[in-house]
Every structure is written in C-alpha cells, then in structure tokens.
Design a protein around this ligand. Structure first.
Ligand code: KG4
Ligand code: ZN
Length: 348
C-alpha cells in the first residue's frame, strides 16, 4: 500500500488528502462551509450534504494534481464512516467506495475520532504509544487512553454539551458568528481577567467526566444582567464575559487532563479536535507540562479541525497493523455510514 486518498465529509468541511506510506503527506485540500452555515447560526445538515456533493470531486482532482499523481496510481481510498451527519457522511462514503470499486482497490471506512486522536503522530515523531488523548471537538469531549492503533479506552466524557459546543453556544449568546470558538477566543483577548467568575462544572467530581450545559446557562444569566433596556451590552462587558467563559472551559479541560495523567501514570498527552486550536488551552497545558514533567502534543493547527489528512493517515496506520498481523485487506464496497459510533467498538 503506498498512495492512500483520504476523504473527510462528516460535518461542514470537505477535506481531501493524499498520503504516501513512505513519503508522508503529499497534498491536501479543504473546503470549509462555515460562511454558508453562518447565516443560519449553525450547521444545516441538508445544505452540508449538498455542498459536499459539489466540492468532493473538484477537491480530489486538485489534490491529485498538487501531488502530481493520477487516480490510477491510488492503492486505497479511506473515508470517514462516522460519527457525523448521515447525509454528509454518505457523500464521502459513496464517492470513496465507487471510486475504489472502479479501481479495484480497497475502500477503508475510518472512525472520525480515531482520525483526530492519531493526527498528532503525523507531525510528532517523538510521540509514542501509550498516551492520553484529550479529544475536544464540536461534538465530543473525551479523555481516552490510547495503547496502540485500535486500542482505545474511554476514561471520561461529557455528560451533556461538548467543549466546542459550550464555546459555540456561549459565543452565540454574545452575538458572535458561528462557529463561535475562534470568535469567542478572539473577543476574550480584550477581556479583563477576574471580573466575572463562571462555574467550573464537575471540576471536583472525582471522575473524568465533564458537563458544560450549566456554563451556557450561567453565560445567559450574565448576558441578561448586563443587557440594557436598549438591548445592548457594552463591548468591554462582552469581552469580559468571553474571557470568563473561555477560562472556565480551559480550567476544566486542563484539570481533568492532569487527573487522567496522574491516574494512569502516563507522561504524554495528545490534544486533538477543533478546540485543540485554542491558544489559552495550549498555553495552560504547556505550563502544566513543564511543572508536571509530562509532554503535550498537538496536531499542526491546520490538522486540529476536520481534515482529510487524518483520515488517510489513520487508514495507513490501520493497514500497516493489519499487514503485520497477516490479516487480509477486505475489498468490501458496500457502504454503510455510522452517524453514531462509539470509538471503543473499533478496538481490535
Ligand atoms: O473537530 P472540529 O473541527 O469539528 C468537529 O468534529 O466537531 O471542531 C469544531 C469545534 C467548534 O465547536 C469550534 O468552535 C471549535 O472546534 N474551535 C475552537 C477554536 N477553533 C475551533 N474553540 C475554541 N478556540 C478555538 N481557537
Ligand atoms: Zn472533528
């Protein structure tokens, strides 16, 4: 197996990449639908699927051109099989499976979160199994123990909203555009630390679970308290609330990640998923790593959010493992997407 095409279409980004098992990542391309969904304040699933239909083939063509490769050189096609929006997933799955069928090469369905949590290995040669992964995206907040490819143990997860959702919903309450995480983080730069103190849900719960829905209610209360009769809220107050919100989310994530490291005795932490792009989260973790004598790894910023490279790469690692264990690669082109899919189900 040499050339692996990766297709990611689980939500609002069409990500395509070409990965070579010896030469590494050769090319990648991404189309984000953020602008399109922005108007509606969140992802509209039907619009997402239609946009993937428009983008996927031109992006595959441009990625192949960028790498100076032809379709006939491909040895496998990997696609995100789940979890995600079913219509959006079906676009990537149908293109991957039909193209693979026409080329008589394997089509490999990949778990989106496996892609995220293995993505730091793309650029971090020092990172070795086992490690703790903090998966923080728009739909997931999980702490996993990763012993190898296909060996994932869930240590804790959110009981309600995901960290990214907490960013997005709070940002919406502050009148910021979707997706709110980066916008809230930018606004928070002008905020005064300490003016507001928001709850840190489940900080001392004694386990590794999270809960963020109460935070959104606390933000709503603050926003209401500071909204004038003219329905406005002054800029400084908005920035101060943004700062307090971000600090509360970051504090909980950092604290729980440290507990996971302590409980397992592991010395490596991987932060994956869109919220991993958050700078204060990175700063606070870096400080904790120096103090606590552990290493923290992040995917390159462009591979923090959804992308095709992590899908192609996860397929390469899976394939390598299968080959080493003498297993045959199946050529199965019947595609069934899995909008809800527990990561531990793919353990081998
Ligand atoms: O992993 P991802 O791209 O997509 C999902 O699989 O969900 O994560 C998207 C999430 C969104 O909630 C977005 O607001 C958040 O990641 N995000 C951020 C930042 N960049 C993206 N949250 C906080 N700070 C950021 N810089
Ligand atoms: Zn994601």
């Amino acid at each position: 197996m040499k050339f692996i095409l990766g297709i990611e279409s689980s939500c609002d980004e069409t990500g395509i990449a070409l990965y070579h098992t010896e030469r590494g990542l050769l090319a990648h391309a991404l189309h984000s639908q953020v602008k399109m969904h922005n108007e509606y304040g969140g992802v509209v699933p039907e619009l997402a699927s239609r946009d993937h239909v428009h983008r996927v083939l031109p992006l595959i063509r441009s990625t192949m051109q960028q790498a100076d490769c032809t379709i006939s050189e491909l040895n496998a096609i990997a696609y995100t099989q789940g979890p995600g929006l079913s219509g959006a997933l079906l676009v990537g799955a149908s293109v991957a499976c039909s193209l693979a069928y026409s080329l008589n090469i394997p089509a490999i369905g990949i778990h989106h979160l496996e892609g995220h949590l293995l993505s730091p290995l793309l650029s971090e040669p020092e990172l070795k199994f086992p490690f703790i992964a903090l998966l923080v995206s728009g739909g997931h907040t999980q702490l996993m123990r990763v012993d190898d490819v296909g060996q994932y143990t869930l240590l804790g997860e959110t009981l309600d909203d995901a960290a990214g959702e907490a960013f997005d919903k709070s940002a919406k309450l502050l009148g910021l555009d979707y997706p709110g995480g980066p916008a809230l983080s930018k606004l928070a730069q002008d905020g005064q630390p300490g003016r507001f103190n928001l709850p840190r849900p489940m900080l001392h719960s004694g386990n590794l679970n999270f809960s963020f829905s109460g935070l959104k209610t606390a933000v709503l209360t603050l926003v209401r308290q500071h909204t004038t009769t003219k329905q406005t809220i002054d800029d400084q107050t908005r920035a101060d609330i943004a700062h307090a919100t971000q600090q509360a989310i970051v504090d909980v994530l950092v604290n729980k990640a440290l507990v996971a490291l302590k409980q397992t005795g592991l010395k490596q932490l991987v932060v994956a998923g869109g919220v991993g792009a958050n700078q204060p989260l990175r700063q606070q973790l870096n400080v904790a790593a120096t103090k606590g004598n552990f290493h923290v790894f992040y995917p390159a910023l462009e591979f923090c959010t959804d992308n095709g490279a992590m899908i192609a790469y996860a397929a390469a690692l899976r394939f390598h493992r299968q080959q080493n264990s003498g297993q045959e690669v199946e050529f199965d082109y019947r595609f069934n997407v899995k909008p809800r899919w527990d990561l531990q189900q793919i353990n081998s």
